[in-house]
Design a protein around this ligand. Structure first.
Ligand code: HSE
Length: 320
């Protein structure tokens, strides 16, 4: 018998202008997955779920339907067919969910990433982190019906990750500027990713696309040159944000509160309802969080929220 625990933190997809092609990881909160390998005991499937905590019973317990066990099944299949690694035994999976569901914080990607680093360790590290990303992306399809990589890739690799291409997958990690801090505010409502994707336009005009890719290029340049002003100017999303803003009560008031408190920029975290803001000092990032929380409290139904202030996580998913 051998036990390994994996941890992966929250991630923020899109980063305003980079819909489905840019995301980053923060240092906390995160999900934990504990895998126990029992030699010899062969069951119908090589992975079973023994417990899930923190999800109020919302997540599937069927190993083929739960993201964290599904990605481990895919990983085991891959190492058997591609690396010649087979085993006689069974893996029990325990998931400690600390990330809220349907929050825009990369909850499903964190569970998948934590499970994958633990499984890789359990099997003697046959795969690189880059190889693990493909299974985490498949996990997203199980979780929300779309295999987007902008949460899954940074959940495993850390840093900012730019998805240059999906087919074939081509990922570029971008280390964060030294003084970049993220404020993440999670209002206590749920927005399902599948729904938030259904409100997006199928087509965009050339004018809109031009504006968007100008900002993506500039944001990447700002990150690489630590140009905080440029980062702020580039956090503009003319495609997803206008369509998703109505799903978040008083989105524009909360965003303005962040900007007035000194944030470089602010937008929807992934598919929402959380918002993220960047600041160039920890002190400002804390102030920004207070202002955003206050703005949510001031709206008609006094929406409660949680705040996390964090640098960008450089490490990615890890064994703890
Ligand atoms: N890129 C994804 C979306 C992120 O915007 O739907 C989901 O968190």
């Amino acid at each position: 018998m051998k036990t390994v625990t994996g941890f992966a933190s929250a991630t923020i997809g899109n980063v305003a202008c980079g819909f489905d092609v840019l995301g980053f990881a923060i240092t906390e909160p995160g999900d934990e997955v504990i895998l126990t390998f029992r030699e010899g005991s062969v069951e119908e499937l090589p992975v079973s779920i023994t417990s899930i905590s923190g999800d109020r019973g919302a997540l599937p317990r069927d190993p083929k339907k739960n993201t964290s066990s599904f990605v481990v099944l895919k990983f085991l299949e891959y190492i058997r067919t591609h690396k010649g690694i087979d085993f006689e035994g069974h893996i029990e999976l325990e998931l400690k969910k600390n990330l809220p569901l349907s929050s825009g914080m990369g909850s499903s990607a964190a569970s998948a990433a934590a499970a994958l680093v633990a499984a890789n360790e359990l099997m003697g590290r046959p795969c690189s982190k880059m190889e693990l990303v493909q299974f985490a992306i498949e996990g997203e399809r199980v979780a929300c019906g779309s295999a987007h990589a902008d949460n899954a890739a940074p959940a495993i690799l850390g840093n900012f990750v730019l998805i240059r291409s999906y087919n074939p997958i081509d990922l570029i990690t971008i280390p964060p500027p030294k003084n970049l801090f993220c404020t993440l505010v999670h209002p206590h409502i749920e927005v399902r990713t599948a729904y938030a994707r259904s409100v997006l336009p199928r087509m965009v005009s050339l004018k809109t696309a031009t504006e968007q890719w100008g900002n993506v290029g500039a944001l990447v340049s700002g990150l690489l040159t630590s140009d905080y002003e440029l980062i702020g100017r580039s956090l503009v999303d003319v495609i997803a944000e206008p369509k998703r803003a109505p799903l978040i009560p008083d989105f524009y008031k909360v965003k303005n509160a962040a900007l007035e408190a000194g944030a470089l920029g602010c937008s929807i975290a992934g598919s929402g309802p959380s918002l993220f803001a960047f600041s160039s000092s920890l002190e400002t990032a804390v102030k920004v969080g207070d202002a955003m929380q206050e703005a949510f409290l001031n709206i008609r139904d006094k929406l409660q929220s949680d705040i996390w202030v964090s640098p960008v996580c450089k490490e990615g998913a890890k064994v703890i």
